[in-house]
Design a binder for this molecule. Structure first.
Ligand SMILES: C[S@@+](CC[C@H](N)C(=O)[O-])C[C@H]1O[C@@H](n2cnc3c(N)ncnc32)[C@H](O)[C@@H]1O
Length: 295
């Protein structure tokens, strides 16, 4: 991503989360009252100028909103389950404009650490200040491509993270923007600060999406490249269990966005993302046995 501007893709996903408000309330999967505030002036102007109904008619917007509803809900559910099981530490790696620390009452007794690029984090803090909102999150500034990630566990500890306490790391909408070296270093860092019982919830692209892109994918691919955030990385779902196991993690769940949509939404809405079979959410855990074997 560009060093001098906040992540544009983070603005787009935050806006799409916020625009979930355009859906009828009985089918909404997640509410993000803050999302739109982080968006580009262009989107904010669109919202000022046009009625929500007119906005909903913009081509592709419904797909984008439904996709973000599903992805947000699957990860919100992972957070809720982790906390219900006694989890108390959450790391948002590449947090962008994720406002889970503010949105989810379940996190009232948890500590949330947000790690992101200085340009994105700066925009987040300035926007929250403008809104007059104080997030309980702890902020850690990082450029994953240039600052050694083996220093991340110590930086988190300096911010109050306890590496002996299970942690849920949310790596949402980030893996597709990193190089293989940054992916590998990130997973090693996550493993270092994650004792047994810790979880990793991440979104990723199946390699196929990047190798044989559909027309829709090529259009978005061109847009993200234009703003300096090209898609670079994906895993093959077949390889993911072994990839994670070699690094101390056991894959618990790996679901395509299209399948999650079918499980969560009425058919007429779920069909908006029926092609999203290569956009996936994976949930992994550090099990006692593997952790003991490796440590
Ligand atoms: C598409 S956004 C997703 C943000 C957030 N997780 C969400 O889902 O709303 C990608 C995020 O990755 C971060 N990111 C991308 N490359 C980065 C890098 N080299 N160092 C630090 N953060 C990076 C961006 O700042 C941005 O917040």
């Amino acid at each position: 991503m560009r060093d001098d501007t906040p992540s544009r893709t983070a603005q787009w996903v935050a806006a799409a989360r916020g625009l979930g408000m355009l859906l009828p309330s009985h089918v909404r999967l997640a509410e993000d009252p803050y999302g739109v505030a982080f968006s580009s002036p262009r989107i904010a102007k669109l919202l000022d100028d046009r009625s929500p109904r007119a906005l909903a008619s913009i081509p592709g917007l419904k797909t984008w909103i439904v996709y973000m509803q599903v992805r947000t809900r699957v990860l919100d559910d992972a957070v809720r389950a982790f906390v219900a099981g006694g989890g108390r530490q959450i790391v948002l790696l590449g947090a962008g404009f994720d406002c889970r620390a503010l949105r989810l009452p379940d996190l009232a007794n948890a500590q949330v650490f947000e790690v992101d690029h200085p340009a994105t984090q700066g925009h987040k803090l300035a926007t929250l200040e403008k809104l007059g909102v104080m997030s309980p999150a702890q902020y850690v500034t990082w450029d994953f491509e240039t600052r050694p990630l083996d220093e991340l566990p110590e930086a988190l500890a300096d911010a109050g993270h306890d590496p002996t306490v299970p942690t849920l790391t949310i790596w949402e909408g980030v893996t597709m923007y990193l190089t293989e070296a940054a992916i590998d270093a990130s997973i090693r860092a996550i493993t270092d600060y994650s004792p047994p019982g810790s979880q990793l919830a991440m979104t990723y692209f199946a390699k196929n999406r990047l190798r044989k892109p559909s027309l829709a994918t090529r259009i978005v691919q061109a847009a993200v490249a234009r703003v300096g955030e090209p898609w670079t990385w994906g895993w093959s779902p077949d390889e993911l269990p072994d990839y994670l196991e070699e690094r101390g993690w056991e894959l618990m769940r790996d679901i395509a966005a299209a399948d999650a949509a079918r499980a969560l939404l009425p058919a007429n809405l779920a069909s908006a993302i029926k092609a999203a079979t290569d956009s996936r959410v994976a949930l992994a855990v550090v099990p006692e046995s593997i952790a003991i074997a490796q440590r």
